[in-house]
Unconditional design. Structure first.
Length: 367
């Protein structure tokens, strides 16, 4: 008999397993994939650590979380500074003075503010009704047309005029020459990839891969006193109140053995509508690689359907109402703990998942 059956070997499950084992608990971790780590799993291709499920840059303002992950791996000094490619024109992200100089040739913050304000006033949008109107009312037409419109429409699979305004509550605009995408105090990539962290967290814990919880549910639940579930909460309850919606991603990874440097940056976003992918990731740049070849991944957003991986919860009014019903059921459970992006139907960054898992452990087992 296990103390905990942990469904999902991603960050939430790995943190919970590690902390439970430190407290003398016996855990069984299962995952339907053929590897641990969930979406932070790193593959090793041609000597390069490849982020199999998209770019993952660790960043946090919490010294507690930063110190916590450092017990499992050493981090490098990588700073996320993506580029935007709009029909061959390159712009720095996030929107900052470099971006504004590239757009308009301005050099002083006041000039950039004036350009944005002129465009906002010309649009005359008082009550934004959709993403297009919301974005223009925040940053003007030039930034919207070149850097937001196409990318957003690809990401969500529909016209910006058909997307609700609340999707873009704010847009980060900096009037400094700073290309650091995140404002967080701590940032980096674990040396050797995220597998280093997850493997150490799961060391000494029984792990079974390629096990589908729903195919062996009755037997697995009987094997443990409690369940930690990090899968889709609606699936756990057999879609009783309906199916929660997600956006999914498909990845096309290419090994370019004859190219040592494909794009000169780890992440380049393609913000025009015509390019079918949203970004290209060149993985070696996450760890300042000097390998002879390189590996790139093109990222294609797609509608989620059963059989695909759910990545981004669609937290609109309809889906949030459905989730509330599932959350009410979950709150009544005494032997099941829900966690992670799918268990909580919420978009989390890595540091937030770790913090959530530590909170769940403390609530369940004490400090």
């Amino acid at each position: 008999m296990y103390d905990y059956l942990i469904v999902g070997a991603g960050l939430f499950g790995a943190v919970f397993a590690y902390e439970a084992r430190q407290r003398g608990k016996r855990c069984l971790v299962i995952d339907k994939r053929e590897h641990t780590g969930g979406n932070v799993h790193t593959e090793h291709i041609e000597g390069i650590h490849v982020h199999k499920y998209g770019a993952h840059i660790f960043h946090t303002n919490s010294k507690l979380i930063w110190d916590y992950v450092h017990q499992f791996a050493e981090f490098n000094r990588y700073t996320n500074a993506p580029l935007a490619n709009y029909r061959g024109e390159l712009y720095n992200l996030p929107f900052n003075m470099n971006t504004f100089h590239q757009l308009w040739g301005v050099v002083r913050p006041e000039e950039a503010k004036q350009r944005i304000e002129e465009q906002r006033q010309a649009a005359g949008i008082k009550d934004p009704q959709n993403v297009e109107e919301q974005a223009i009312s925040l940053v003007g037409t030039d930034i919207y047309e070149k850097l937001i419109k196409g990318y957003t429409e690809k990401q969500w699979g529909r016209s910006a005029r058909d997307l609700p305004a609340f999707i873009i509550k704010r847009l980060p605009v900096r009037f400094t020459y700073d290309n650091n995408y995140f404002n967080d105090q701590y940032q980096g990539i674990p040396k050797g990839g995220y597998n280093v962290i997850v493997d150490k967290m799961l060391e000494g814990t029984e792990v079974r891969l390629q096990v589908d919880f729903f195919e062996q549910r009755e037997e697995l639940v009987k094997s443990a006193k409690k369940v930690v579930f990090t899968g889709m909460i609606d699936q756990y309850y057999d879609y009783r109140y309906g199916v929660l919606e997600y956006r999914s991603l498909q990845f096309e990874t290419k090994v370019l053995s004859q190219t040592d440097n494909y794009q000169g940056n780890a992440v380049v976003n393609y913000t025009d509508r015509e390019t079918p992918y949203t970004r290209v990731i060149e993985h070696k740049h996450f760890e300042f690689g000097t390998q002879a070849g390189t590996v790139i991944t093109e990222e294609y957003p797609t509608e989620w359907k059963p059989g695909l991986e759910p990545y981004y919860p669609i937290n609109d009014e309809k889906n949030n109402e459905i989730y509330k019903q599932y959350k009410a059921l979950a709150d009544q459970e005494s032997d099941v703990i829900f966690g992670g992006r799918l268990g909580g139907y919420k978009y989390y960054d890595m540091h937030q998942v770790i913090a959530e898992a530590l909170t769940a452990v403390e609530r369940e087992l004490g400090k």
